[in-house]
Ligand binder design. Structure first.
Ligand code: IMP
Ligand code: MG
Length: 179
């Protein structure tokens, strides 16, 4: 008998949108008079990126990379795989690296290492979610939407085996037996 996980709301769409408002104000303030190159980590950061991008009041360009640390499970594979590359020249740019969630920190560590080799003027990081309890490498993001406890979450771009990205709210998964 298979078990169907069902999403239970943790953060409403309204709460997310309110937090993004204040987060974007801090980012706008920080980059005043500059131009941002926002580098989004696909696929998880796609919704967060789209919402954040539209709240930025400084000139912003968008580039994307793809790094995958999960297969079809809630357990991360040993090392994140980088499977996409940048189209932009990063030299002299103010790069803002955006991801959905900072968990062990492996993905962000890997991505910041790689991006640094392209000599941006500055490199900062912004994540929608932070699970500080799970960190293995001390990585800290410059901007965090919400800090959450160590629970597997879905929605607002985050998936479980490719599912639930479309939920407009953040949820945790509760496993219930099929009816
Ligand atoms: P890290 O490399 O361990 O920091 O993991 C970061 C990546 O793992 C994120 O970009 C997500 O794609 C994925 N991830 C970590 N925790 C969760 C979760 O609770 N739900 C869905 N994806 C997660
Ligand atoms: Mg991800």
């Amino acid at each position: 008998m298979s078990m169907h996980p069902s999403p239970v709301e943790l953060l409403s769409a309204q709460r997310i949108s309110q937090r993004l408002q204040s987060l974007s104000e801090e980012i706008n303030e920080h980059y005043q008079g500059k131009e941002i190159l926002l580098v989004s980590i696909l696929d998880g950061a796609i919704i967060f990126t789209a919402d954040l991008l539209r709240l930025l009041k400084v000139p912003t360009q968008l580039d994307c990379i793809r790094i995958s640390s999960y297969g079809n499970s809630t357990m991360p594979e040993s090392a994140p795989r980088i499977t996409g590359s940048l189209k932009s020249d990063l030299r002299g740019r103010h790069v803002l690296l955006v991801d959905d969630i900072l968990d062990t920190g492996n993905t962000m560590w890997q991505a910041t290492q790689e991006i640094s080799t392209f000599k941006p003027n500055t490199l900062r990081t912004c994540v929608f979610l932070d699970k500080p309890e799970r960190r293995t490498n001390g990585f800290q993001a410059d901007w965090v939407g919400f800090s959450i406890p160590d629970e597997f979450v879905v929605g607002y771009g985050l998936d479980y085996a490719g599912h639930f990205r479309e939920l407009p709210y953040l949820a945790k998964l509760q496993t219930i037996p099929p009816a």
